[in-house]
Each structure stands twice: as structure tokens, then as C-alpha cells.
Design a protein around this ligand. Structure first.
Ligand code: APR
Ligand code: ZN
Length: 241
């Protein structure tokens, strides 16, 4: 059972939703969080990516996100992102719900993207929520309106997910014929509940096989870019619209 099986299922599917995590961007050079080389191997997320760190340790908070923004500037979406954008154009994928904050899916051309954990590309004031530029955040400026702290529009630990993105993902996944989960350890609540509410077929594309593979109808072990290229080949010339 491989990419060919998934291709067959996708030809018959009226609605296929993709749920991505940090493993979708590692081939672009962006570390994930919980693999050997992941961010959380030597940084405590609560110390740099939580509402407490924003309140009580702003300098460390800002340095962490400044570093991640700089890393992004030297990286681009890989073929896997472009294949998913092409699948959307051909009516093969109806939504990408992503935990990633790099906006690589949008940069690759995907239009229907639900950013479940926000993004680190746009900024706002923590106090009055007015938008600000990345440059102002990187220069350690304060809000031009109320002198509040600036922060990226990422969902921090301790914050709720954006309701519009969450409701869109929830609704689409509930009605999808197939949900393809790519490059996520499914360790973080509430996104890790989404595969459980899927009523259609559940597929995993992941580098490591996780211990709760039992929930999946199809598990394809491998790198996202390589597996998506195989899937693209199996679906060559096929489109629904
Ligand atoms: N192809 C496929 N899978 C990959 C690849 C790849 N090239 N590289 C890594 N992976 C897999 C890893 O084996 C791991 O199972 O992707 C998964 C990444 O898991 P995490 O690092 O936990 O990332 P993610 O699941 O997206 O984390 C969820 O945690 O810290 C928060 O907000 C952060 O959105 C993030 C959330
Ligand atoms: Zn402000």
C-alpha cells in the first residue's frame, strides 16, 4: 500500500483535506520541534514561546522569534509545497490546515490554507492589536499607537487558536472523504484531536512511524517531498476541475 493506493483514493474523493506540521518544512531547511534536530531539543518552549515569556521575559521571547524569522528569510517552499498547491488548482485538495507558521503553503500558491497556529510573518501590538511591520519587531520598537509590546501573530502556548481557522478546519475535516496528515507528531492539543473527528479515510505521511499509527487507514513512511512527488507521478494528468 503506497502512494498508488492514495492516488486511487484521491481520484474517487470529493473532498481531500491535508493537515501539515513542521515535518512539511524540514526539507526547506526549517527545523521541526521534537525530532533529534528539533527546536525543543535544547530550548524549553514555555521559556520562549508562551504568554508568560512574552510578559516576563520579553527579550528572550523576541530573540527566539527574531532568530526564527531570520531563518525563514533564507528558506523557500520545497517541491512538496508546490505539488500541494498544484493539487488544489486541479481540485484534488480542498484545504490545507497547517500548524506551520512559515506561510510556505501560501508562498507556493495554495489559496485555501487554515493557519491553526498563526504565523511569524505578520506582527501586532500585544496591547491594542494594531498591525506592525516585521522590521519594527526586529528593531525592538514599541507600538506606535500605545507603546505596547510587539509580537508575531503566532499562537503562543497559553493562547487559544484563531476561531475562524479552527472552525474551517473542523468543518472541512468532518466532511472530508480523505484526511492526509503530513509531518506532524500530533503531540499538541487541540490540533491532535482533528484526525479523531475525521469520518473518511485517514492517511499518514511521516518520516518516523508513530506509536499510534493504529488510527490511520494508510501509513506511508518517508519524507514529505519524496512521497508527494511519488503521489504527483501517480496522479499525473489527472484533475477534477
Ligand atoms: N517528512 C515527513 N515527516 C517529517 C519530515 C519530513 N521531511 N521531517 C520531520 N518529520 C516528522 C517528524 O518525524 C515528526 O514526527 O514530522 C514530525 C514533526 O513533529 P514536531 O516536531 O512535533 O512538529 P509538529 O507536530 O508540527 O508540532 C506541533 O508544536 O511546538 C508546537 O506550535 C508548535 O506547531 C507546532 C506544534
Ligand atoms: Zn498598541
Amino acid at each position: 500500500m503506497t502512494a498508488e493506493t492514495l492516488a486511487q483514493w484521491m481520484r474517487q474523493s470529493h473532498s481531500t483535506v491535508v493537515l501539515t506540521g513542521a515535518g512539511m518544512s524540514t526539507e526547506s531547511g526549517i527545523p521541526d520541534f521534537r525530532s533529534q534536530s528539533g527546536w525543543w531539543q535544547n530550548i524549553d518552549p514555555r521559556a520562549v514561546a508562551s504568554t508568560e515569556s512574552l510578559q516576563n521575559n520579553y527579550e528572550l521571547f523576541r530573540e527566539f522569534y527574531q532568530m526564527r524569522m531570520q531563518a525563514l528569510e533564507h528558506c523557500v517552499p520545497h517541491t512538496g509545497h508546490h505539488i500541494l498547491a498544484d493539487f488544489e488548482k486541479r481540485g484534488l485538495v480542498s484545504l490545507i490546515a497547517t500548524q506551520n507558521v512559515d506561510q510556505f503553503h501560501q508562498q507556493a500558491g495554495s489559496k485555501a490554507v487554515a493557519e491553526l497556529h498563526g504565523n511569524i510573518v505578520t506582527m501586532r501590538c500585544q496591547k491594542c492589536s494594531k498591525p506592525h511591520s516585521k522590521q519594527q519587531f526586529q528593531k525592538n520598537a514599541v507600538c506606535t499607537y500605545c507603546s505596547g509590546k510587539l509580537r508575531p501573530n503566532v499562537v503562543l502556548f497559553g493562547e487559544t487558536l484563531p476561531s475562524d481557522a479552527w472552525n474551517l478546519a473542523l468543518n472541512e475535516i468532518q466532511h472530508a472523504n480523505i484526511v492526509i496528515v503530513i509531518g506532524t507528531s500530533l503531540e499538541v492539543y487541540p490540533v491532535n484531536q482533528l484526525p479523531l473527528i475525521a469520518k473518511g479515510r485517514l492517511v499518514s505521511i511521516n518520516l518516523e512511524s508513530s506509536n499510534d499509527n493504529g488510527q490511520f487507514d494508510l501509513v506511508i513512511e518517508g519524507a514529505a517531498g519524496g512521497v508527494l512527488a511519488e503521489l504527483d507521478q501517480a496522479l499525473e494528468g489527472y484533475k477534477k476541475k
